[in-house]
Design a protein around this ligand. Structure first.
Ligand SMILES: Cc1cc2nc3c(=O)[nH]c(=O)nc-3n(C[C@H](O)[C@H](O)[C@H](O)COP(=O)(O)OP(=O)(O)OC[C@H]3O[C@@H](n4cnc5c(N)ncnc54)[C@H](O)[C@@H]3O)c2cc1C
Length: 499
């Protein structure tokens, strides 16, 4: 069989590459070793973890506790079946949508294990044991990653699990140790903590989520400690023993952490070990990752591309899709879509975190004079209505140009709210966008305005609001002059004193 464009892997990047190439009129085949299409994203990663999160928040009544008290529950005894049923329904729906998308775009799908025979030929081992040889002019390697399973961790699929196995949960544990405070570990640790599971997080480094603004991390940790989550920072798991069938993590330095279940979520490796890359003239690094040209996603063999998690950072479904699309455009000799300067990072912990642009530490390193504006979500009327107690939005602006440099949010709706800041950032917008524009009321998005005014209070105003109100004539139904009422909410001098 011969195809113009062959994709190995049907995750977000493979799918997007395949559909895009097909839209350019190429014959396209996707090879997928899994029973169903969708990749890690649909079956063990993004969608299941987010569905689990949503189920937990709904069944526990988490979002309503600000109003009805910490004892409020929608369903008192939540069992594994409650968590899993929504998961299965969501996944079913996702797979159906993908199957339909492939069929609609005439993308062929072959179920089987792919490995290279040479740079243009791939052998596919089908489930029944037969093999097929596929010839391709262009190939995209979009095989993603799988959990890292070090030899000293006694995985057993029940009490010591990786993030894939966690989704086969048969019983909600009463206590959980999470090893690894990366995004995945943090998401599951906080989801289970919201479920009233006693969670202890073990992390070898002293800091975690170090790409996130430290002020947010501090607020986040405060919220987690407040609800009883334990932290063993700067601690490495030396080995795991079992006492009465329960895993006990033995940490360097001698501390022991006992729990009903242990989730090992300290890293992932590229799924390249069975691809016979050497036959294609390629090799992976010690984490199974491929190196590519960051603009075109070509490997060193120009007609072979690699996209998605297999190329490493940022390992997000959102970015993987874009990489797949860019690779397909290049392979089909089409103009490459413009790459935005900033992409958002979403961490679906409880509470969620989202960030785009530079954090304060990064801005400081550039030497740019800057100012920050902060809003607490509870300061907004929407926050009052929702009974929010925590959450903050922080923006960083250049003092010289007033340009927005970064947006950092922790709290309800963070992963949605961040897109307002992302648009302003990528369009080169300034503080004035937030000051001059009207936001729907009552919304959490109003926090942008509050944070902007907070920053404005401390920055030398570009122009006097009153003078501007006189200068700008109102256009009916469109722009309003800035009323003097938006003058600093607090006395700037008072703020300076506080600083
Ligand atoms: C728990 C968890 C939560 C996550 N949450 C988020 C999130 O909230 N937001 C976000 O943006 N990202 C999230 N991610 C990351 C996201 O899932 C990945 O970025 C995304 O799935 C990567 O897509 P991909 O196309 O590179 O490959 P994958 O989705 O990993 O798919 C690769 C596919 O290739 C197939 N394959 C591998 N080897 C072969 C072979 N030899 N032959 C044939 N087929 C093969 C695999 O079966 C798989 O289906 C999460 C990940 C995890 C694990």
């Amino acid at each position: 069989m011969r195809y113009d464009f062959v994709v190995i892997g049907s995750g977000p990047s493979g799918r997007r590459a395949a559909v895009q190439a097909s839209k350019f009129g190429r014959s396209v085949l996707v090879i997928e070793k899994g029973r169903r299409v969708g990749g890690v994203s649909v079956h063990t990663g993004t969608i299941p973890s987010k569905t689990l999160r949503e189920t937990v928040l709904n069944l526990t009544g988490w979002r309503e506790r600000g109003f009805y008290g910490l004892g409020y529950r929608v369903k008192p005894d939540i069992v594994a079946g409650d968590l899993m049923s929504r998961l299965h329904k969501t996944l079913e729906h996702e797979v159906e949508t993908l199957d339909h998308q492939f069929a609609r775009n005439r993308v062929h799908v072959l179920r089987g294990f792919a490995r290279f025979l040479d740079p243009n030929r791939i052998e596919v081992q089908l489930e029944a044991g037969e093999t097929r040889i596929i010839e391709a002019s262009r190939i995209v390697v979009a095989v993603g990653t799988r959990p890292l399973r070090p030899a000293h961790i006694p995985f057993n699929g029940e009490t010591v699990v990786d993030s894939d196995e966690l989704l086969e949960l048969k019983k909600v544990p009463r206590s959980l140790t999470v090893v690894g405070a990366g995004v995945i570990g943090m998401e599951y640790a906080t989801i289970f903590s919201a479920l009233d599971v006693r969670v202890t997080l073990v992390e070898p480094r002293e800091r975690f989520l170090d790409f996130v603004d430290q002020e947010l991390v501090d607020d986040f940790v405060h919220q987690l400690r407040d609800r009883g989550m334990g932290f063993r920072m700067g601690s490495k798991v030396e080995n795991i023993q079992f006492e009465n069938g329960q895993p006990v993590a033995i940490l360097d330095g001698g501390r022991r952490v006992r729990s009903e279940m242990l989730l090992f979520a300290a890293g992932r490796v590229g799924a390249t070990d069975t691809l016979d890359l050497q036959h294609a003239g390629l090799s992976a690094d010690d984490r199974g990752r491929l190196t590519v040209n960051p603009t075109t996603f070509q490997t060193k063999i120009p007609h072979i591309y690699a996209t998605g998690d297999v190329i490493g950072f940022p390992s997000l479904a959102s970015m993987s899709m874009e990489q797949g699309r860019v690779a397909a455009c290049h392979a089909c000799e089409q103009p490459l879509p413009a790459t935005p300067n900033f992409f958002p990072y979403g961490i679906y912990s409880v509470p969620e975190i989202s960030t785009v642009g530079m954090n304060e530490e990064e801005v400081r390193k550039t030497g740019t004079p800057y100012e920050c504006g902060i809003a607490r979500l509870r300061e907004t009327s929407r926050g009052h209505i929702m009974g929010l107690n925590g959450g903050l939005l922080k923006m960083i602006f250049s003092i010289e140009t007033r340009r927005l440099l970064g947006v950092h949010i922790v709290g309800e709706g963070a992963t949605e709210l961040v897109h307002i800041g992302q648009a302003v950032l990528n369009l080169g917008g300034t503080l004035d966008y937030f000051i001059d524009n009207t936001f729907n009321y009552p919304t959490l998005a109003e926090a942008y305005k509050i944070a902007a005014l907070d920053a404005w209070n401390r920055m030398t105003p570009r122009r006097e609001p009153e003078a501007e109100a006189l200068a700008v004539a109102p256009k009916p139904g469109s722009q309003m002059p800035i009323p003097p009422s938006i003058a600093p909410l607090r006395d700037p001098e008072e703020d300076e004193e506080q600083d």
